[in-house]
Structure formats: structure tokens, C-alpha cells
Design a protein around this ligand. Structure first.
Ligand code: HEM
Length: 445
């Protein structure tokens, strides 16, 4: 399905100069760039992002309407626009990355992997992640400083390699392959001859396939409690029989959806806590009151201040910019006609700063999430950092659990400040994250 549908009747901009300006705007000024576009063109506008012609929808009611599962909107076609061509075996009719599937095949896929994200699975991932966090934090304390942005990304990769694949080594190899794979959708041209990033993306994907495929029989035999072992076992059951290709594609889909999301959020949160020491103290007091020692997943649910600060970090510095959909037939968004094939981005990030929904939306104010104020409940689309509808983030509870395990382990051991004070911007790289290295000075309690 082409992205070059006729949408000239919509407000907004197009063409190669706008494409370059807009892509740079996303990368260097993130949400501020998106809000400026929204103010300039209105709640529904056409734009170009990394060479794709898109329609951005920043009105909360319209964001809800494109999440409908009524066969008007396809998630699969939207995400395939980015990734098609990297993997010759994409199979939108069978088991595949969940974002490449729609409707019944998608619901079937979710039945296969949902149990691996259930309550008891998340509790065991929490227990597996905690000692890895503790070891890293001990190293940072001994050193007295950490370059947080880089080191948390590698640390989260190590954690995810442990809880997804049951292995402690090879995190660096997986990280490299995923970084390469993610370069593909942003390549200026999809030619193996002309584009090194496109070539790296294809190679990265092939490496991921090989790393996963070579582990299937061992993980099937292991009966382990990592995510891959759970999926290997589940896909052996007669009613969910999935071939090895499908299993590998499913796992790559999950791993790439998870890539750099939680670590980006943790980086923005670290910056906010370093620049708002009173909130760092409030979170520390809560963590120590709960326990100075190791906690489990159940206990972590009592970390209410942590939860509020995490939500506020995701609201102020959104991680996922949009939910991606394509119109399957001609339809309407408010007053605007949307032709079949149009790529539509539901700008969940812009809604997170909507001044009609949030008081002082640019202010860091975690108490807006208290039950008394409950600003997130003012509209169904007010707070959707993990998306909405049938494609809502499968890893939401895992991400929240990892964040609580990490901050509990860190704040009960040390306090931190920025090595060099600076005013961060929000950027998209491609996940939303604060600018700068977030270098921290660490002081043992
Ligand atoms: C703070 C961290 C995270 C954020 C903000 C986030 C955000 C999102 C969003 C907005 C979507 C919906 C995309 C759309 O509708 O087009 C999504 C989907 C998804 N996420 Fe996350 N995510 C995070 C972490 C994770 C983690 C840790 C995992 C896996 C372990 C994960 C796995 C997935 C999967 C598999 C989907 C596709 C679900 C489906 O299509 O059924 N995410 N995520």
C-alpha cells in the first residue's frame, strides 16, 4: 500500500525540505517540536517524517477513535511501512511480530505470548533483574560517578538478555544487532547498494534470527522461566503450534518493541531526580521505609511516590511519540476526509502536554497523579504512554516493575547529583529521552 496518498486538502506541510526540517526537529527538540507543529497546523495535520508522508492527530478524542478495532485502522500496515524489506519472511497472516499483525491473527498471537507477561512471570523477572541492578550500582558507587544514559542502556540490555533469554553473556552482541536493525526504518534510501544503514539493518536482523534460532532446542529442553523458554514451551502446545520461523519473528518483535524504551524513561527520570532533589528524598524515604533490603514484586506495588514520579517522567518526556495506524478504507477524522492508505500517527505524546487536560503541563509535578487530583483521569486519552486498544504495550507491567526494582535498589544505597548542571531538552532517538549524557556523581549513603 503506497504512502503517497492524496492528502493535500489537509493543513500541514510536505516535500523534501519539510522532511529534513521535520526529522531534525523530532531528533533535536522532540515533544517541543511536535507541540509547535500542532499549534501551527491544528489537531489534524499532514507532515513528513524520515521520508514518510504521515497525518498527525493530536486531539484526544480523535486519538481514541483511531484505536478502534473495527477494521478501519491497520496497525500491521503502519509498522510494516517502516520494517518491510528488512526481513523477507514477514508473514502478516501467521505468527509474527505483534505489531505486524491485525485482528484475528493478532489476537491469536497475543494469546501465545500474553502468559509470558502475566503476574507470576513478571514477579520472577523482577527477582532476576534485582541482583543485576545491585551489582551495577555497587560498581557505580565504588567509582563515584556514572555516565547514566550509556550505562543504563547497556545495563537494561543485560537485564533483558537475562530475563528474556536466560543468558548472562552476549548482551553486547544483542544490543549491537538491535541497534543495527533499528537503523533500517530511518534509512534515507532502501537500497543495499546506496545505504550503509539499510545494509546494517538487514545484517542486524539476520544476526538476531541466528542468535535466537540456535537457542530454540536448548531453551525448549531447559524448562527455564525466562521469556524465551516460556514461549518455546507454549508454542509446543498443540493448539498454539507455531513453527520456529514464527517463534523467532515473534521474539524479535517483542525484543525490538522493548529496545531502549525503559532505559530511555529511566534516563529522563534520573535527570529529573537529579534536578529535583526534594523528589529524590521523597522517593528514598519511601524506599527505605518499605525495606532497606531486597524487595519482591508484591512489595514494589507499595512504592506509590516512585510510581507517581515515573508517570510524570513519562508524561513530561514521552518515550513513545505515537501509535501508528493506516486507514484501510476512506474514512473521516473530525471534519477531515482521510483516504484509504493514509499513514496516521495518533500523537499520544502531544496529548500528554495538552493544556486543556493538564494543569501547568510543562511543570514537573508528580502529585498531579494522586487520587485526589487524578489529572490523568480527565480524559480516556489523557495518559496513554503505553498506547491503547488491542495493541496496548505487552511489556507495560514489566517496564513498571523494572523501574521500581531499579530505583529501590539505587535509592536505598546512594544519592546522586548531576556532575555538570545543564538544562535538558527532550529528543527522539528514536525513543524519547532527555538530551545530554546525564553524567551523575554518586555518593554512598
Ligand atoms: C517504558 C517503556 C515502554 C513504553 C513507553 C512502551 C510503549 C509502547 C506503545 C506506545 C506501544 C503501542 C504501539 C502502537 O500501538 O502502535 C507498545 C507496544 C508494544 N510493546 Fe511496549 N513500551 C515499553 C516497554 C516495553 C517492554 C519492556 C516490552 C517487552 C518486554 C514491550 C513490548 C511491546 C510489544 C510486544 C508491543 C506490541 C503489542 C501488540 O502489538 O500487541 N514494551 N509499547
Amino acid at each position: 500500500m503506497p504512502t503517497s496518498v492524496d492528502i493535500a486538502h489537509l493543513p500541514g506541510e510536505g516535500g523534501p525540505i519539510a522532511a529534513v526540517r521535520n526529522t531534525l526537529g523530532w531528533m533535536t527538540h522532540g515533544i517541543d517540536h511536535l507541540l509547535a507543529q500542532h499549534r501551527r497546523f491544528g489537531p489534524v495535520y499532514r507532515s513528513v517524517f524520515a521520508g514518510y508522508q504521515v497525518v498527525c492527530v493530536a486531539d484526544p478524542d480523535l486519538v481514541l477513535s483511531i484505536a478502534r478495532e473495527d477494521e478501519t485502522w491497520s496497525t500491521s500496515l503502519a509498522w510494516l511501512t517502516f520494517f518491510q524489506g528488512i526481513d523477507a519472511k514477514i508473514n502478516a497472516a501467521k505468527m509474527d511480530s505483534p505489531l505486524f499483525l491485525d485482528f484475528k491473527p493478532h489476537r491469536d498471537a497475543r494469546k501465545v505470548f500474553q502468559p509470558a507477561f502475566g503476574h507470576s512471570a513478571t514477579a520472577s523477572y523482577f527477582d532476576a533483574a534485582t541482583p543485576i541492578f545491585e551489582q551495577a550500582i555497587e560498581r557505580w558507587m565504588a567509582r563515584g560517578h556514572v555516565s547514566f544514559k550509556d550505562e543504563i542502556r547497556s545495563l537494561m540490555m543485560k537485564v533483558s538478555t537475562r530475563i528474556f533469554l536466560g543468558v548472562d553473556d552476549e548482551a553486547a552482541a544483542f544490543e549491537k544487532a538491535l541497534i543495527d536493525y533499528w537503523e533500517g526504518p530511518l534509512s534515507l534510501t532502501r537500497s543495499k547498494l546506496l545505504s550503509p544503514s539499510w545494509r546494517r539493518s538487514i545484517r542486524g536482523h539476520a544476526v538476531l534470527c541466528e542468535m535466537l534460532r540456535s537457542r530454540i532446542s536448548a531453551r525448549r529442553a531447559s524448562g527455564g522461566d525466562d521469556l524465551f523458554s516460556r514461549l518455546c514451551a507454549k508454542t509446543q502446545e498443540p493448539e498454539t503450534l507455531v513453527d520456529d520461523d514464527g517463534l523467532v519473528r515473534l521474539m524479535i518483535g517483542i525484543k525490538s518493541a522493548a529496545f531502549a524504551t525503559t532505559s530511555s524513561g529511566l534516563t529522563s527520570m534520573a535527570y529529573l531526580l537529579a534536578t529535583h532533589p526534594e523528589w529524590q528524598e521523597r522517593m528514598r524515604a519511601e524506599a527505605i521505609a518499605l525495606s532497606k533490603g531486597r524487595i519482591n514484586y508484591e512489595q514494589s506495588n507499595q512504592l506509590e511516590v516512585t510510581s507517581r514520579v515515573w508517570k510524570e517522567a513519562m508524561r513530561l518526556y514521552p518515550i513513545a511519540p505515537y501509535t501508528a495506524r493506516r486507514a484501510l478504507h476512506d474514512t473521516q477524522l473530525g471534519q477531515w476526509r482521510i483516504p484509504a492508505g493514509t499513514f496516521v500517527m495518533g500523537m499520544i505524546s502531544a496529548v500528554l502536554r495538552d493544556s486543556n487536560l493538564w494543569s501547568n503541563p510543562d511543570r514537573f509535578d508528580p502529585d498531579r497523579f494522586t487520587p485526589e487530583r487524578a489529572e490523568d483521569k480527565r480524559h480516556k486519552a489523557a495518559f496513554l504512554p503505553f498506547g491503547i486498544g488491542g495493541h496496548t504495550c505487552t511489556g507495560m507491567h514489566l517496564a513498571n516493575a523494572e523501574v521500581k526494582a531499579f530505583w529501590h535498589a539505587l535509592l536505598t544505597r546512594c544519592r546522586f547529583t548531576l556532575e555538570r548542571d545543564y538544562k535538558a531538552r527532550h529528543t527522539y532517538m528514536p525513543a524519547g529521552i532527555v538530551s545530554g549524557d546525564v553524567k551523575l556523581r554518586i555518593e554512598r549513603l
